[in-house]
Design a protein around this ligand. Structure first.
Ligand code: SF4
Length: 287
């Protein structure tokens, strides 16, 4: 017993300062693949290697339409490796949560040379929120938002709709001494009837469709739904098939999307903060 206490005191406080302080990101962490559209010479190699078809290139009449969907991206980095001119850089950016699915989709149009490489960039449509790091970083902000909005703590029910459990590992980490989400007044509950928010992971398997709908209906209003990870957003690597319906928004309305495969705990925290902003709107509208 004395040995354990001694060890505890020697370890000291391990809880991260995020979001008040910048997140401590390990070297080699793969976050958002940032694309320099004007410098991109050819989108085809990246589209060919992308395992989830997050990058697509369609040629028509000497023009190439390129689409990049961060809601499908699993941050594997293969596109950057296949782009020797360096137009795709894997960055450590992880604060990528957005309120609208469309904000995760970028598109560009290129005129083509005879060999199929890009001659010129005709237009580009960035999904602004997806590529901007989150502005809100104040440490007490989350707690203030929760108490101002709910007058108490925030209760989350996690719903695994068919996940590989990668996202669950990161969600569990929110409760460990390092991320300690309870310091912000956020806790997980066992029943949707006690929840303010559903965190949905995984592509929605057909076996979980009814369960997810019932869980949603059992959650009191104004309820929030947060789709977690590439699978929760779009079906990810599984997409839509005989066993999978795709992302959570195919079954229930989604308020916030958190990209990643899986999203790291700080990214989850940022998405939850954003979702609480949505709840504030909903409460305001209903009064
Ligand atoms: S990092 Fe994303 S966009 Fe690039 S190849 Fe992997 S899944 Fe596709």
């Amino acid at each position: 017993m004395f040995k354990i206490l001694n060890e505890t005191f020697r370890t000291g406080i391990v809880t991260t300062g995020y979001p008040a302080a910048a997140a401590d990101i390990a070297a080699g962490f793969r976050g958002l693949p940032r694309i320099d559209f004007p410098a991109w010479r050819d989108a085809r190699p990246a589209a060919e290697v992308c395992p989830t078809d997050a990058i697509s290139a369609v040629d028509l009449g000497g023009v190439r339409d390129v689409t990049v969907d961060y809601g499908l991206c699993v941050f594997c980095g293969l596109c950057a490796e296949a782009t020797p001119e360096g137009a795709i850089q894997i960055t450590p950016e992880f604060e990528l949560a957005v309120e609208h699915r469309q904000e995760l989709i970028l598109s560009a149009h290129y005129g083509l040379n005879e060999d199929g490489s890009h001659r010129d960039l005709i237009s580009v449509r960035p999904g602004a929120a997806a590529v901007e790091p989150a502005a809100e970083r104040a440490g007490r902000k989350l707690k203030e938002q929760i108490s101002a909005t709910l007058g108490r703590s925030l209760a989350i029910r996690e719903v695994d709709a068919g996940s590989c459990n990668g996202c669950e590992l990161e969600i569990h980490a929110l409760n460990n001494p390092i991320y300690d989400i309870e310091r912000f007044g956020v806790h997980f509950v066992a029943s949707p009837r006690h929840a303010d928010m559903l965190l949905v992971t995984g592509p929605v398997t057909r076996n979980m469709e009814v369960a997810l709908k019932k869980t949603y209906l059992a959650t009191p209003e104004p309820r929030l739904v947060v789709a977690v990870g590439a699978c929760g957003i779009s079906g990810g690597i599984f997409g839509r098939n005989y066993a999978s319906l795709g992302g959570a928004d195919q079954v229930v309305p989604v308020d916030v999307y958190i990209p990643g495969c899986p999203p790291r705990p700080q990214a989850l925290l940022q998405g939850i903060l954003m979702a609480i902003g949505r709840m504030k709107q909903a409460l305001h509208l209903s009064t």
